[in-house]
Design a protein around this ligand. Structure first.
Ligand code: AMP
Length: 370
């Protein structure tokens, strides 16, 4: 297949708007990569009356056939083929608006998405760059007034419990806890031996204060049309092996030298104490405000804050995702917070499709597409 090589600077919004101009508005389809939260996105799209397109690897096709939500399946060898000219052309022929999710950042080169993907995307693709850079994220969150965990620039600075994040780590795999520079090098060696990382990645490991508390991941949706940040759900993660360790008595844990890691396996829905909602809502508002300054027009649609809440009910945010998160899959159908806002049947995939439908209806699709 031929890979698109059209230009090396970021695609102008105008260019995407021109592509949209040529779309048949009554035949717009919603597409994404077959992975992550694709079923959530497709179900929502269908419930809002759209046809759907799944760009999928052969080995995962079964998922998208068994759950009959993809009207078109475009088989590719790997996800990078989304950038191939013939795949892009097919998507444009299908009048597709792509909805990005975590696999776009994980498996595609960010510059290629920004420079070579000539298919309209829901959301603000400029923010994807902020999302993949931990330091940029940190600046964004701090500017929004959120509490963030301390960062150790070098292993020698570690002065308490810290979490080590390898750069290549996907979904928490290979993260580990350390409490000194010695324990860092010792455990890093073990992780490399287990194949969770490589010696080259060791150099760029991100060391962050480990905040002791519980994980809470609020999922928000910023509607440009309503000028409102909606709280649509909340989850916590189910991570292997750290969430399995409590089932093994301490004595055996010590004997077999378990070094837990944080490979994400799934998500669990939660609700929080009602008094926490005020702060969680304000955090969402502030993050959107700052996003409008750093990458206008700011966040369009879904985003998620990854937080730890301590026993003093302090909320620390250690990451932001400026797109739909897999945790919102726990809300497919509805979640308690989406129910409070919308009643039955609202969830992230559907909320995205609803916004696109509203954009088509009011002739303002260009405001939510980049
Ligand atoms: P991430 O890939 O950054 O979402 O992190 C994966 C998992 O590591 C999270 O779900 C948390 O369980 C844990 N984690 C990451 N950073 C921190 C932190 N600074 N303090 C406590 N737990 C963390």
């Amino acid at each position: 297949m031929v890979r698109g090589r059209k230009q090396s600077s970021m695609i102008e919004k105008e260019h995407i708007c021109n592509i949209m101009e040529n779309y048949e508005k009554g035949k717009i389809t919603i597409g994404t990569l077959g992975s992550h939260s694709a079923l959530n996105i497709f179900k929502g799209a269908k419930e809002e009356g759209f046809r759907t397109v799944c760009v999928c690897k052969k080995e995962n096709e079964m998922i998208y056939r068994r759950f009959p939500l993809a009207d078109e399946i475009v088989i590719v060898k790997d996800f990078e083929c989304l950038l191939d000219d013939n795949v892009q052309k097919r998507l444009r022929q299908l009048n597709t608006i792509l909805v990005p999710h975590g696999s776009f950042n994980a498996y595609l080169d960010m510059d290629e998405i920004l420079n070579k993907l000539y298919v309209p995307m829901f959301g603000n693709r400029k923010l994807l760059r902020w999302e993949i850079d931990r330091e940029l994220q940190r600046k964004w969150l701090q500017r929004a007034g959120l509490k963030v965990p301390k960062r150790f620039k070098d292993a020698s600075e570690i002065d308490g419990l810290a979490i080590a994040k390898f750069p290549g780590a996907k979904g928490g795999k290979g993260y580990f806890l350390v409490n000194s520079s010695e324990s860092f090098y010792d455990k890093a060696e073990y992780m490399i031996k287990r194949g969770h990382s490589t010696p080259e990645e060791l150099e760029n490991t991100y060391l962050q204060e480990y905040v002791v508390g519980v994980n809470v991941y609020p999922q928000y949706f910023h509607s440009i049309f309503k000028n409102e940040v909606e709280l649509l759900g909340m989850d916590k993660r189910y991570e292997s092996t750290v969430d399995g360790i409590g089932r093994i008595p301490a004595l055996e844990q010590l004997q077999i030298r378990i070094i837990p890691t944080y490979t994400i396996v799934g998500n669990i829905p939660i609700t929080v104490r009602e008094r926490l909602l005020q702060q969680i809502l304000k955090m969402g508002d502030n993050v959107v405000k700052v996003s409008q300054e750093i990458a206008p027009p700011g966040i369009i649609g879904p985003f998620c804050l990854e937080t730890v809440i301590t026993d003093n009910l302090e909320i620390f945010t250690f990451e932001i995702s400026a797109r739909i998160v897999a945790g919102s899959n726990v809300g497919i159908g509805t979640s308690p917070y989406a129910y409070l806002k919308y009643g039955e049947g609202m969830y992230m995939g559907r909320r995205i499709a609803r916004e696109i439908k509203n954009g088509i209806g009011n002739g303002e699709l260009d405001k939510i597409i980049l």
